[in-house]
Design a binder for this molecule. Structure first.
Ligand SMILES: [Zn+2]
Ligand SMILES: [Zn+2]
Length: 176
């Protein structure tokens, strides 16, 4: 079944709560639900642990209420790349708000094989959708729409309707 899921959010940068506490997690969950989403990926900058802590807190205090995918936003060369840590040690990687130009060409030629998706919509950046479509077709990338939320109220401004199996399939080299 398709899930409504925002795969790029900065929950630590939004709340400043490193724990996070039960009340912070409740606040995040309430916002996810108010947007009509099934879940989010928690992808703070250069912070591979925070998403796991949010997921653990949801599992402990509010099990099954929403989907939390742990992740982080990191850099490869000058591009921002989001990594999503799926189960079975699979890592789904996508190019966040592609910064087109010469450096993008170098990046995608070198890393295109290791990337599974690319954003076509991002709440914080205006993207050239025609270029994104061309790149996605050339490198067989899943096109994604995400909020890139830097405050909790921005979560879900953009989201994907997607079967989670599609993310797994891409990681396994199966471009379904
Ligand atoms: Zn970024
Ligand atoms: Zn971001």
């Amino acid at each position: 079944m398709e899930k409504k899921i925002d795969l790029h959010t900065h929950c630590y940068e939004s709340t400043g709560d490193a724990g996070p506490s039960e009340s912070t997690v409740r606040y995040i969950i309430d916002h996810i639900k108010s947007r009509g989403l099934h879940g989010i990926a928690v992808t703070d900058h250069d912070n591979p642990d925070y998403g796991f802590r949010v997921k653990e807190a949801v599992d402990r205090y509010f099990p099954g209420e929403v989907i939390i995918i742990p992740g982080q936003e990191t850099r490869i060369q000058r591009q921002h790349v989001v990594e999503l840590y799926l189960t079975d040690d699979l890592v789904f990687k996508f190019c966040a708000h592609p910064l087109f130009g010469k450096s993008f060409e170098e990046f995608i030629e070198k890393e295109g094989e290791n990337i599974h998706g690319i954003e076509i919509k991002n709440g914080a950046w205006q993207l050239n959708e025609t270029k994104v479509k061309n790149i996605a077709a050339k490198y067989n990338l899943l096109m994604l729409e995400n909020s890139d939320a830097h405050s909790i109220s921005e979560i879900g401004l953009h989201y994907n309707c997607i079967e989670m199996e599609k993310l797994y399939a891409r990681c396994n080299g199966n471009g379904l």
